[in-house]
Design a protein around this ligand. Structure first.
Ligand SMILES: Cc1ncc(COP(=O)(O)O)c(C=O)c1O
Length: 457
C-alpha cells in the first residue's frame, strides 16, 4: 500500500477550543504580542514546539504506574540506564530534568572565559549555557545549510573546512569540546549525514578535542540517514543511531523530543572524570544520580519512549507526515526552508514578507498573524530569538535567517489538522502585503523571545 498511516489507534482525546478572531486579538494584545504568554487553551492548533508535547502510549502510561519512586537505586532508574546505554553505548548515563540541565552541567565543567565551543548550529539554550559559562558559542553550518531554498539531503552538516581552520588557529585548551546538533533545529531541522558525523569526529580527535552530540532528535536524524545516505537503506534505524553515537564522546539529550515524553533528559559520557564532576553538580542542582530531577515514573516513560521512537513504522509515519505539510505548502507557493525538516516546517519569513525588514521582525509578524487568522501558535526563529540590539549604541544585528517554525508534536495531530494548518498559512500568504512589522517594547537580558513584549508598527 502507498498510503502511510499513523501506526497507532487513538484511545484518549482532548478537546481543543475554537475562538473568534476578535477573541484572539484581545488575547494577543493582553499577551504583549508574545505567543509564549498566551494560555494554551486559547490556541486551536499548537505548533509552538515539538518539545514535551508528545502523546504517550498505553505502554508508557503502564510504565508510569510501575514507576519505582525510591530515592536511591530505583528499579526505574536501572531500566532507564540500561535502555539509554543499549541505544547510545555510553558508559555513564546521568539523568536530568530536561536537556538544558544537561547542558548547564556540561558547560559548567568545560566552559569558561576564553574558551570556544563550535557546533553546526547551537540551539538557543545551548548557546545560552555556553555563554553563561563565559565561553563563546561558534556556529559552523555548511553554507547551503543557511540558504532556505538551496537543495540538499544533509543541510544540517558541519562545515569541516571552517572547523579545521578554527582548530588550527586555537590551542587545544581553548576548545574544551565540539558539538553536533542532530537534527539541526536552528537550521531548518535539517539532518546531519553519517559521513559528516564521522569526519567531524576524526577531525576533532586528531586535535585531541572531544565531540558531543546534542541528540534531542537522534532517531529522526538516523531515519534520514536511512532514507538518504548511500549504504544505509537496509540497516535498522537502531543500528544507524548506534553508529552515530559510536563516533562521539558523549551527548546531551532532551528526552522531550525523541524520548517521546513530556519531561526528562540526560547527559551521557564515556570519560570517568567528567562523569564524576557531572554527578557532583547533579547532586546539588538536580538530585541524586539515580533520579536527577525526575520522578521514577518519568524514567520509566523515557525508557519506553526511547524504544518506541526507534520503531521503523513510527519513524516512517513521522517523517512522512511532516513532509506532507511541506509538499502542500510547496504546491501553493509558500516559501519554506527546503527540504522539509524532521520535526517541523520552517516558513521563510524573509521571502514571505520581503517588505518587512529584519529589524521589524518579519518572522514575529507572521507568527502573530497565523494566530490571529487561524488560532495556530508557531515559533519565530529569527531576529527576535537570535538578533541582538546593543543596549548602548542601539545598533541592531539581525539573525542569519528569519524563520517561523511550525513544530509538529509527536503522535498528537491528524492529517486533517495539518490540512487546516496549510489552508491557514495559504490564506495569510494571499494577504501577505497587508502585514506590518513589530517593535519590542521590553525585553530581558537573555533568551528574550520567551518573555519580551511587542507591539505592532
Ligand atoms: C536542539 C536542541 N537542543 C537543546 C534543547 C533544550 O532542551 P530542553 O527544552 O529539554 O531543555 C532543545 C529544545 O528545544 C533543542 O531543540
Amino acid at each position: 500500500m502507498k498510503t502511510i498511516i499513523e501506526p497507532f489507534k487513538i484511545k484518549t482525546v482532548e478537546p481543543i477550543r475554537f475562538t473568534t478572531r476578535r477573541e484572539r486579538e484581545r488575547v494577543l494584545t493582553d499577551a504583549g504580542y508574545n505567543l509564549f504568554n498566551i494560555h494554551a487553551e486559547e490556541v486551536l492548533i499548537d505548533l509552538l514546539t515539538d518539545s514535551g508535547t508528545a502523546a504517550l502510549s498505553a505502554q508508557q502510561w503502564a510504565g508510569i504506574m510501575e514507576g519505582d519512586e525510591a530515592y536511591a537505586g530505583s528499579r526505574s532508574f536501572y531500566r532507564f540506564e540500561q535502555t539509554v546505554r543499549e541505544i547510545t553505548g555510553f558508559r555513564h548515563i546521568i539523568p536530568t530534568h530536561q536537556g538544558r540541565a544537561a547542558e548547564k552541567i556540561l558547560f559548567t565543567i568545560t566552559g569558561g572565559e576564553g574558551r570556544i565551543v563550535p557546533n553546526n548550529t547551537h540551539f538557543d539554550t545551548t548557546r545560552a549555557n555556553v555563554e553563561m559559562s563565559g565561553a563563546e558559542a561558534v556556529d559552523l553550518p555548511i553554507s547551503e545549510g543557511t540558504l532556505p531554498s538551496a537543495p540538499g539531503d544533509f543541510k544540517g552538516n558541519m562545515d569541516l573546512e571552517a572547523l579545521e581552520s578554527l582548530l588550527r588557529q586555537k590551542e587545544r585548551r581553548h576548545i574544551p569540546l565540539c558539538m553536533l546538533t542532530v537534527t539541526n533545529n536552528a537550521n531548518g531541522g535539517q539532518p546531519v549525514s553519517m559521513e559528516n558525523i564521522r569526519r567531524t569526529s576524526e577531525l576533532c580527535h586528531a586535535y585531541g578535542i572531544p565531540l558531543f552530540l546534542d541528540a534531542c532528535r537522534f532517531a529522526e536524524n538516523a531515519y534520514f540517514i536511512k532514507l538518504r545516505e548511500p549504504g544505509y537503506s537496509r540497516r535498522r534505524t537502531r543500528e544507524i543511531a548506534r553508529e552515530m553515537f559510536s563516533y562521539v564522546d558523549g551527548c546531551t539529550m532532551s528526552a522531550k523530543k525523541d524520548g517521546l515524553v513530556n519531561i526528562g533528559g540526560f547527559l551521557a559520557v564515556n570519560e570517568d572524570d567528567l562523569a564524576q564532576k557531572a554527578r557532583s553538580i547533579l547532586v546539588v542542582t538536580e538530585g541524586f544520580p539515580t533520579y536527577g530531577g525526575l520522578a521514577g515514573h518519568d524514567l520509566e516513560a523515557i525508557a519506553q519512549g526511547l524504544e518506541e521512537v526507534l520503531d521503523e513504522h513510527y519513524l516512517r509515519y513521522r517523517i512522512r507526515s511532516v513532509n506532507y505539510v511541506g509538499e502542500k505548502l510547496n504546491q501553493i507557493g509558500v516559501p519554506i526552508f527546503q527540504p522539509p525538516g524532521g520535526h517541523a516546517i520552517y516558513l521563510d519569513a524573509k521571502a514571505f514578507l520581503p517588505h518587512i525588514p529584519p529589524h521589524e521582525y518579519p518572522g514575529h509578524a507572521l507568527a502573530c498573524e497565523l494566530y490571529l487568522h487561524g488560532g495556530i501558535r508557531s515559533c519565530e526563529i529569527g531576529s527576535v530569538m537570535f538578533g541582538k540590539t546593543d543596549p548602548e549604541t542601539g545598533a541592531f544585528q539581525p539573525a542569519k535567517l528569519e524563520l517561523v517554525r511550525l513544530a509538529i508534536p509527536r503522535r498528537v495531530y491528524t492529517q486533517s489538522h495539518m490540512d487546516y494548518v496549510v489552508e491557514c498559512v495559504g490564506e495569510v500568504f494571499e494577504k501577505r502585503d497587508t502585514l506590518k512589522g513589530m517593535r519590542i517594547v521590553s525585553e530581558p537580558p537573555v533568551l528574550r523571545h520567551f518573555t519580551a513584549r511587542f507591539e505592532p508598527l
